[in-house]
Design a binder for this molecule. Structure first.
Ligand SMILES: [Zn+2]
Length: 300
């Protein structure tokens, strides 16, 4: 079953044509980024933005906003119910920089994640259906980050929940994957995120060969990487036989990426990216990377 924020559903009952596998529907990162753009709290605004993707038959959204991002799960549930769009939300902690005062132990983290998945977030019966996005920094894997990863794997061992990670700006992706492998993560139920930003395709292949799924999930963020490079990577990886291992998304994490602020918005995946890639891969391959793969991973 797929655990949505407000109910469980069979994966066969997810309708629509595509899924956004890594998004943030209610979050505030301004306290660390020291800006005023890394914040989306306005339900009306996000509903309007999502309506553009719904017109294109968006079937489900994976929201990876977690405890480090001050996410309001009730608001996320309201978005789901008011727009009638299934949403899977997450539990977890982000980069070390966001949690410098967090002294939680592995077992405390584990208990919290477990509770969010099986009982619900504080004072609600809304539940997480994935652990994410849990992160490693660019310079090293900090001890807090290791604790979060270990706690996530412990919970996954108990109940099979999927995990979605954050690789920071293309750095230490393989180290992160190796660390997870060492602590016996279920690679089939784990997505290493932001792999598009890893420059060297051989490093991406090493991650895939460990058995992980990968997220090409910062599509449209052209200042980080031109989308033509993302398309080249997807084509190469498909050629090498990894079409069952790729999930895609936009990771809209700043107001300026929204249409209302002259950004590319949620409809970009279909209006722009799909148009560029559709003659280069088959329909079935597109269906896998934009829909089927993520549903298989979310099912536990
Ligand atoms: Zn993200």
């Amino acid at each position: 079953m797929i655990q949505l924020i407000n109910k469980k559903i069979q994966k066969e009952n997810v309708k629509g044509k595509f899924i956004l596998s890594h998004e943030h529907l209610n979050f505030d990162l301004t306290h660390i980024r020291k800006d005023n753009t890394s914040l989306i709290k306005d339900k009306k605004l996000i509903k309007k933005e999502l309506s553009f993707a719904l017109e294109q038959n968006l079937g489900l959204i994976v929201d990876l906003s977690n405890q480090s991002m001050n996410s309001n799960k009730r608001k996320i549930c309201e978005i789901s119910e008011e727009l009638n769009i299934p949403i899977v939300t997450s539990t977890g902690y982000y980069l070390n920089d966001y949690e410098l005062n967090n002294k939680m132990t592995i077992s405390e983290l584990e208990n919290e994640f477990y509770k969010h998945i099986t009982i619900g977030f504080k004072d609600t019966n809304l539940k997480a259906g994935i652990i994410g996005e849990i992160a490693t920094s660019s310079d090293k894997i900090h001890s807090f980050e290791k604790k979060v990863f270990q706690a996530a794997v412990n919970v996954q061992k108990k109940i099979g929940v999927p995990i979605y990670t954050h690789v920071n700006l293309g750095k230490l992706g393989y180290d992160q994957a190796l660390f997870l492998k060492k602590i016996s993560v279920n690679t089939k139920k784990t997505i290493i995120g932001h792999v598009d930003l890893i420059e060297n395709i051989d490093e991406i292949l090493k991650i895939l060969k460990l058995g992980f799924n990968i997220g090409i999930d910062t599509i449209g963020k052209q200042s980080y990487l031109k989308d033509e490079k993302r398309i080249q990577k997807i084509i190469k990886l498909i050629e090498l036989g990894f079409e069952d291992k790729i999930v895609i998304s936009l990771d809209i994490s700043r107001k300026e990426y929204l249409k209302s602020f002259n950004g590319h918005g949620y409809s970009y995946l279909i209006n722009n990216f799909y148009k560029e890639i559709k003659n280069k891969i088959s329909k079935e391959q597109w269906k896998k990377i934009s829909f089927k793969n993520i549903l298989r991973i979310l099912d536990f």
